[in-house]
Write a protein that binds this ligand. Structure first.
Ligand code: HEM
Length: 165
């Protein structure tokens, strides 16, 4: 089974045909996607800006993360499901679309950076949790996170201008 036949299979789903033929289903999925991704990126930025010492400095980093990150993961799931259905409807076209590919690569990079932050700077958080100024390695990771997510959103928006069919 090659990628082409997988994409043909995704596109043959009744819901995929429905999304392609309906005048309201794609806009409905895209609206859910836009609301979810706005809240995902917004919630990630709240924690990044705190670690960079730019906002919410009266709260400790761990306190803020515990409050915000469950929302981030829940909303990411909604972004993933709504994005996956839009993808399935025109899988062959999206897979060959450069902004779509760059968006997926940037999301993978943002994910790797999140793992790095979790397994390296966060391991010493007991030393800097309440400090306004976090260690340079933590700031670097959160600065990269901001850049990756801004680029993911930019590529996501660009898809609409480049997608064929
Ligand atoms: C939190 C992560 C994500 C962010 C920040 C994001 C961002 C975006 C943005 C900004 C748009 C353009 C919306 C518009 O202009 O109306 C978009 C559209 C789209 N996204 Fe995502 N997205 C995310 C996750 C995903 C995932 C996981 C998938 C696929 C599995 C996906 C697939 C799509 C598709 C197919 C479109 C429609 C493009 C079009 O035809 O206009 N997205 N995304």
């Amino acid at each position: 089974m090659n990628l082409q036949s997988v994409f043909d299979w995704l596109q043959s789903w009744p819901i995929s045909e429905g999304i392609r033929q309906s005048s309201w289903m794609f806009p409905a999925f895209e609206s859910v996607h836009v609301i979810a991704i706005t809240l995902v990126v917004g919630s990630v930025m709240i924690v990044d800006l705190r670690v960079l010492g730019l906002t919410t400095t009266r709260k400790s980093v761990s306190e803020l993360s515990w409050e915000v990150l469950p929302w981030t993961w829940g909303l990411f799931l909604i972004a993933l499901i709504s994005g996956a259905f839009m993808f399935a409807a025109k899988a062959n076209a999206y897979f060959t679309d450069t902004p779509f590919r760059l968006k997926m690569l940037l999301m993978a990079a943002a994910g790797l950076n999140m793992f790095f932050f979790h397994f390296v700077p966060l391991k010493t958080i007991h030393r800097w949790d309440r400090d306004v100024q976090a260690p340079a390695i933590a700031k670097l990771s959160c600065g990269l996170s901001l850049a990756f997510w801004v680029l993911v959103v930019t590529m996501g928006r660009w898809i609409g201008f480049t997608i064929q069919g």
